[in-house]
Structures are given as C-alpha cells and as structure tokens.
Design a protein around this ligand. Structure first.
Ligand SMILES: C[S@@+](CC[C@H](N)C(=O)[O-])C[C@H]1O[C@@H](n2cnc3c(N)ncnc32)[C@H](O)[C@@H]1O
Length: 199
C-alpha cells in the first residue's frame, strides 16, 4: 500500500482541471445568502480549483488551500471574475487559524489530512465559520477502501454526528459504491453534508 504522500496530486489535479463545478457549490452559495460582494469561502484541498473558481465567478472571495500548486497557475482567471481566488500553498492541517468565512467547502479532501490532521483542523475550521455560516464538506466513512490506510481519516457515523453537533443539518448525501480513483478501482464511502452553524 502506497502512502498518501506518494499520490501524485499534481497529476490527479491536472486530470480534474476541466471538470465542471459541483452542484453543491450553488446550494452552499444559496444557503449562505446568494451571490454578492463581501462573502468569503474557504476551499480546503482545492485541487485544480473548479469549485473555488465557481465561488469567485459568483462574486465571492475564496481562500483556497492545497499542498499542490496546480491552482496557482489558474489565478490569472481572477482578472475575468467579479470575485477572487486567494491561493494558500499550505498544509491545512498545520494552520493555526483560518480567515473568517461564510462558507467552508471541501470536496474529497478533508480525509487526506489524516486522522490527526483532521482532528486538529476541524475545530479551527468551525471557529472560522461565522454563526449562521454554511459547512459543505465530504468526509469518508468506514466502508471506504481507504479505511485500512492509517494516513486517511475515515469516520464512524457517531464521529461524524459529533463533528456536526453545533450545526443544523440541511442536506446529507451518502455515496456507498464501487468506483474508480484516477489510478485504479476503489470503494467510495463518502458522506457529504451541507449544514448551518448554529448562532
Ligand atoms: C482528491 S483531491 C480533491 C481536489 C478537489 N477538491 C476536487 O474535488 O477536485 C484531494 C486534494 O487534497 C489536497 N491535499 C492533500 N492533503 C492536503 C493537506 N494536508 N492540506 C491541503 N491540501 C491537501 C491534494 O493536494 C489534492 O489536491
């Protein structure tokens, strides 16, 4: 079993660069009050930035974090958008704090922080979210192929419930099926949650 450090995220992100934004981006924007200036999103593990760029097209400022630099090559698109992507080339699990945000978004990336990294980052992310703000994130469940990996955070239902104890759940979607990762087959057990932080 390779360690996550050996996954070529630059190659993965290059292969995903052209994908359309996920529909949950629009739902998060609507739940947080819609388009407009002054709104801030964080995108943790933003990859090639398909979702970050969608927030920025809608007038949002996005703080996009990733250990891979692919997104830095797309920042020229800031010139064409009403909002802006601010790229942080950083390990999100090591950040002491995050900018204040209306939405915290993460697609298929929080588990990659690892069990300890996610445990450290999660309370800092929750603190950064304004009361009433929206958390829209994927977490991996225990049926995921990568549950056997010590470097990926896979979580029980009880652990996920406790992470959202300060939230009202607006939507929850569970993907529990065989599929593919870009370099092979994989069972995906992905719990996607859209939730509002209680005031
Ligand atoms: C499966 S990809 C998802 C990328 C993007 N969110 C998407 O949906 O296309 C996981 C991303 O997490 C990033 N990543 C892994 N560990 C990270 C860490 N500790 N801090 C920040 N980003 C990390 C990888 O570089 C990669 O871009």
């Amino acid at each position: 079993m390779n360690s996550l450090a050996t996954i070529d995220w630059a190659a993965y992100n290059a292969s995903a660069a052209g994908r359309p934004a996920r529909r949950i981006v629009t739902r998060a924007i609507l739940a947080a009050g819609g388009e407009g200036s002054g709104k801030v999103a964080l995108d943790i593990g933003a990859g090639a930035g398909a979702d970050s760029l969608e927030f920025a097209r809608r007038g949002w400022t996005v703080h996009a974090y990733d250990i891979d630099e692919t997104l830095s090559h797309r920042l020229i698109e800031n010139r064409r958008m009403s909002g802006e992507v601010v790229f942080h080339h950083a390990d999100a699990s090591l950040e002491d704090s995050f900018p204040r945000a209306d939405v915290i978004y993460s697609s298929d990336a929080l588990p990659m922080l690892g069990p300890e990294g996610l445990e450290r980052a999660w309370p800092r992310l929750v603190d950064a979210l304004r009361p009433g703000g929206i958390m829209a994130v994927d977490l991996f469940g225990e049926q995921d192929t990568w549950a056997e990996r010590p470097d990926v955070a896979t979580l029980s239902t009880a652990q996920i419930s406790s992470m959202f104890s300060r939230f009202q759940i607006l939507e929850r979607e569970v993907r529990d099926e065989d599929g593919r990762f870009f370099d092979g087959k994989k069972h995906w057990h992905v719990i996607t949650t859209l939730a509002r932080k209680r005031a």
